[in-house]
Design a protein around this ligand. Sequence first.
Ligand code: AMP
Length: 110
Amino acid sequence: MTDCIFCRIVAGEIPGERVLEDERFIAIRDINPKADVHVLVIPREHRRDLDDFVAASGDGGAMLAFVTATARELGVEGRYRLITSVGSDAGQEVFHLHWHILSGGRLPGF
Ligand code: AMP
């Protein structure tokens, strides 16, 4: 999917500040951070959203283990918020699955 911005970051075609990566996932700094720490966890394989990832038998356990490894790498374990949006009505803007890891200070409640 060459028109997908996250696929292009995964492929190294456009820059992304990588925090952690393995053979299935990468974690990059969000270009427009909404908290002191704002990192996106992205599967290398293109999946539109979490529903698509699960329908394609993606390994959700491995993905969440990678999220916690990223939080450890960032030094925010025990104090972060994890969000993913599914669909434009939920606020999704980039249609390649990503988890937002947000931390820093005391985040506002919902
Ligand atoms: P969402 O609204 O959940 O789809 O979130 C998309 C996120 O991707 C936003 O927080 C954007 O700031 C972020 N974003 C968009 N383009 C880039 C990019 N090139 N590098 C890093 N983050 C990006």
